[in-house]
Design a protein around this ligand. Structure first.
Ligand code: PLP
Length: 458
């Protein structure tokens, strides 16, 4: 029998996260005065222990025991050999995936939700606010807050709130409150609703609402939590790649190619950063973040300073961006509808250490169907983007007769996303173009801000 999966024992779970800031150089985030942000400026938004982690240059960061104990509910996750997919494609490539859909909310998101809730709790915070696109992040934070007895309020992007009502039910089951965004509860939400009462919302708008709700709470016991983009989020997710490395080593494998879908960049980073380390230190690996052609942040967006949210509450971050007012079309991979990208992932793209790819919605669902039928698990629409790239690479390996080792992140299951599969199956799911004029518009918005330097880490 061929080997289908490689498991680690609970005791073999990594005890430290990998911090890529030890190995690359980043432009600093800028405050409203145009100067680098100082830690105390972020104090109304995040607890100081997480701010310190955000700025830490230490290569290895210990994972607290309390976090490990909750990780152990679903970690270590299996590394699965996609034998069914390989057969269906007739490829000589060996395809492996980390299955992050095994967590209670069904994705990689609790890898950071749990430590974020933990550090907030230790700092004396009682309530967290956040945004959610697809609903995976909101439900992960709701789950994590329930573990530490914190209150949780989630602003969910309107279009996803309507497409996926059961995500709201999940959050409520874990004790969180979930409201559709834009909402009348914040100034940022009211301004958008005044312009467009039927706005489908966006992650940028929902972030503005959640930040506003946190900083305007007079008790001082509320903070904001972000599910992607920031350095500490990428750090927490590296548990995925560190486990994958240990699992591959058990069977004497090392990837030629690493692939992950990219919304704000965290599941991609989580799998890829420990391998980027090897690439920086001389190993040949192709590394691909994959995004929607309808929201092509890394493949077409300029590298610039921009806000992380629509209202401009966040510091200016050095990143690839489609402009913070960009309203991504209501496609089905809600978690990939974001105008920006993690500064760390953006920096790697600028340096050519990773090579971004973009796919249309229909092609991603074709790959998702192929994977579901041959591997069993129905993938999240976001994961389908990684799958589209993997299918391409596996077909190319067949044409070239090459035995490539492909590793990708199966970032979540799609069992709460079946409405999108229904659309695909009934022929109602179409590609959505990203118009060239939108890039000109983005460039105009971004012209207002300072330009980041083109830094070289090596
Ligand atoms: C299943 C899944 N994969 C990927 C993403 C994209 O986010 P990120 O780029 O931070 O991993 C999301 C976001 O909600 C998601 O739910």
């Amino acid at each position: 029998m061929e080997r289908r999966k490689v498991l680690l024992r609970e005791e073999e779970m990594p005890r430290r996260w990998y911090n890529i800031l030890a190995d690359i150089r980043l432009n600093p985030p800028l405050g409203p005065d145009g100067k680098p942000v100082r830690p105390e400026m972020l104090a109304p938004v995040f607890p100081m222990n997480l701010i310190e982690q955000e700025m830490s240059p230490e290569r290895w960061v210990d994972i607290p025991d309390e976090v490990l104990s909750i990780y152990a509910l679903w970690r270590p996750t299996p590394l699965v050999r996609a034998v069914g997919l390989e057969r269906a494609l007739g490829t000589p490539a060996r395809i492996y995936y980390k299955f992050e859909g095994a967590s209670p909310p069904g994705s990689h998101k609790p890898n950071t939700a749990v430590p974020q809730a933990y550090y907030n709790k230790v700092f004396g915070i009682r309530r967290l606010t956040t945004e959610t696109g697809a609903g995976q992040w909101g439900s992960a934070l709701a789950f994590a807050c329930a573990q530490f007895g914190l209150e949780c309020k989630v602003f969910m992007v309107r279009v996803s709130y309507d497409q996926k009502p059961y995500r709201k039910t999940m959050m409520q089951t874990w004790g969180a409150q979930c409201v559709p965004s834009p909402s009348p509860e914040t100034r940022a939400g009211r301004e958008i609703l005044a312009r467009d009462p039927h706005s489908p919302g966006s992650l940028g708008i929902a972030i503005s609402e959640a930040v506003e709700a946190a900083v305007s709470d007079a008790s001082g016991k509320t903070r904001y939590s972000l599910g992607s983009v920031l350095n500490h989020v990428m750090l927490h997710q590296t548990v995925i790649g560190l486990e994958a490395k240990a699992q591959l080593a058990k069977i004497g494998e090392f990837p030629d190619v690493v692939v992950g879908c990219a919304g704000g960049g965290s599941n991609f980073a989580g799998l890829a950063f420990p391998f980027v380390y090897d690439k920086i230190h001389g190993r040949a690996i192709d590394i691909h973040p994959v995004e929607p052609a309808a929201c092509p942040t890394l493949t077409r967006g300029p590298f610039a300073y921009d806000h992380g949210d629509t209202a401009g509450y966040t510091p200016l971050l050095p990143m690839h961006s489609l402009g913070h007012t960009f309203m991504p079309p209501p496609m089905h991979a809600g978690g990939l509808r974001y105008h920006g990208m993690a500064p760390t992932v953006s920096q790697l793209a600028v340096e050519g250490l990773i090579e971004p790819k973009a796919y249309g919605q229909v092609e991603t669902f074709e790959a998702g169907m192929l994977a579901a039928r041959n591997e069993g698990v129905i993938p999240a629409p976001e994961t389908n983007h990684a799958l589209a790239c993997v299918v391409d690479l596996a077909r190319r390996a067949k044409e070239e007769g090459k035995e490539k080792v492909i590793l990708f992140n199966w970032s979540g299951h799609g069992l709460i996303d079946l409405a999108s599969y229904e659309k695909y199956l009934t022929g109602e799911l179409h590609d959505i173009a990203y118009p060239a004029e939108d890039i000109e518009e983005a460039e105009k918005i971004l012209e207002r801000y300072p330009k980041p330097q083109i830094l070289k880490s090596r």
